[in-house]
Design a protein around this ligand. Sequence first.
Ligand code: ADP
Length: 748
Amino acid sequence: MKEYVSFENPVEIVFNTIKDIFFILNSEYKFQYINKSASDFFRTASSELIDASFWDVYPFQEAALLSDILIQASLQGEKISQQYYSLSHSQWFNATAYKWNEGLAVILSPANSESVRQDDLLQNVKVLSLVLDYIPHIAFMLNQKAQVVYLNKRWTEYTGTSVEQGMGIGWGERIHPTDFQKKMLLWDQNTEAGTAFKTKFRILSKRGEYRWHADSLVPLPTKEKKPSLWVGTATDIEDFIRVKRRQEFTNKALHVVLNSAPQITVVYNTLNQTFIYCNSAFNQILGFPLKELYTSGLQFFERNVHPDDLSLLLEHFGWVAEAGSREDRTIEVRIKDVKEVWHKLLLRSVILNNTTGGKIKFTLHYFTDISALKEIEDKLRESLHLATTITTTTPDLIMIYDIPSESIVYLNKSQLSDYGPEELKKMNKEERTELIYPDDRVAVLQFHDNFYTATDEEIREIEYRVKKKQSADEDEWVWLNERRMVFQRNEKGMVQQFIAVIQDITERKEAEIRKTEYEILNKLVEKKEEFISVASHELKTPITTIKASIQILKRLIQNHSDEHTLLVFVIKATQQVNKLMSLIGDLFDNTGFNAGKLHLNISRFNFSSLLEEIISSYEGQRVIQIEGIVDVEIEADEVRLGQVINNFLSNAIKYSPEETPVRIITSLSHGMLKVQIADQGKGIAPEKLEHLFARFYRVDENLTEVSGLGLGLYIASEIIKLHGGTYGVASELGRGSTFWFEIPVKVS
Ligand code: ADP
């Protein structure tokens, strides 16, 4: 504790009852003692004055006037008494200062104003002017006519003109014309009222620039009503104005910036727990008026913060208030807006200032709406998760391949025809190509080389086989399906990496093969069934006729009918038996040829005799014209050759009208025997010609009136082939057909 000057009680009482102002200053001009009147004079409690600097407490203007007395007293070490006019109290004092220990004791006794004469005053001012000349303000005195009667040296320093030039009305020339008029107007008003007043005006400096000054004019009291003298100081406030303007601008800019900022910015007073600032983002994001936060304070958050986050937020505000550190702290809170929609906000808080007591007063809080961000983040995480799940669980091989380095940069855990990812990564391009089925290699390499033309959205697909790892001795192949897409392009836009999904489709491929086999089998079964149905029908017809003929014969015999009648039915039955024999023969031949079991039985015979014998069996059925009879001995299978001619001839008769003749044209040249059988029937459509010689083929399958198994031409073609010959047909719809064959024959 510092020891202050104190007096014994009786003295204290005296000091405090006297009207005189009494105070003691130490060597640093700090108050050590103040009596009651002094405290009133300085308008400050004595407890607050103790240790305060005299120069801080007392208005400079006045201190300057008094300072002369104080300085003289402390310098000279003797008592100095002078009359002193206090501007702030508008009163004259008899000022006495004398040395007290290292400091000064000062007594100001109120003087009777009437006793003070103007001359004394001017005298006083002259003394003071010494001091006034050193102050950094223009000091002046004006008479009632606004004429300058006193100017300090600062005037010359500032304006570059002499004190004499500024005296009288001269000073007006240095004042900005606009300001001068205003000033004079104020002067007129205030001098009339006799009150102190302040003005602002621009004075022309010696550098030729007008700078703003502020002055305050105080009237000196006189006996008359109207004051006769006015004292004032003009202070250069140009810099202050500039700073203020800049500050105003900064404030405005700050306001604009804060209000256009996307995050909610609030300033919180931690001492009285109120919000003193909030930008418009509060309203934009949450929809509440700003007033809501100002009036509700923390309650706003209590109402609108998610219950799960509230304690965290309140704790956070508490932390910021207590922390006393300069660190930022960030938390995430959910706040619902005016429409009850939740927003996820990131709250970052900063301490604005620390008051001297170490208690934090203002904290700054930024709330950034991260709802959208959160959503994107969640989606991203979800899709990432999905991607990882897919790549790790899929049986397909997923590969990212770098084209320039010809290397696999990513492979999931799947196996490719028993090769693990690590093994595949280690292989070079050649080794990998080796794995491909030789017949598929060109296609795969072409697919790869052409991939540079792929667009970003395109998926290209290829199927190929690769060697199975486990099949060391015997090559086994795995079918793969590769789907490829562009993964990354270089800065020139060229495909740099692709992503490929490779699937083992062996099973599918095998199933496909099985399916075609099955389909063929099915068709065969169908054919077979169809054939059986046709064959049963074909076999049943003659048997029915034979059965009927035998029953009639039985009855005729019982009735003792004549021989002629009996013969008719015997012939009929015999014809049908022949037909049956021929059908069964065809069926036998069919299976025989099909199994490669039929062989020719070559013999020597006369060709025209064979032909005549065949033709004779058709006697009475049709007109048969024979051209170019070849009466030569040939070597061939007589029965089979007869079968071929028979087939062609019977077809010609079957498929042409009864009234038209059938022609048989034979020729022999260069050891080749050619036989053509021409009819004038309905002909065969060109597209059907090539199938005619196939097994079971019948041009019109629904044609029931003309019987047949569709085996005749097939068997004929097989016989001709066995003979080393050729065969064919020429036909025109509506005009007729010509079937022919040509076989090499040994002619003797
Ligand atoms: P099919 O016993 O049914 O006659 P083919 O093998 O002898 O069996 O003949 C096959 C098919 O060729 C016949 O069903 C018929 O439709 C057609 N065909 C054969 N010869 C002739 C012909 N001369 N004129 C028209 N169609 C013919």
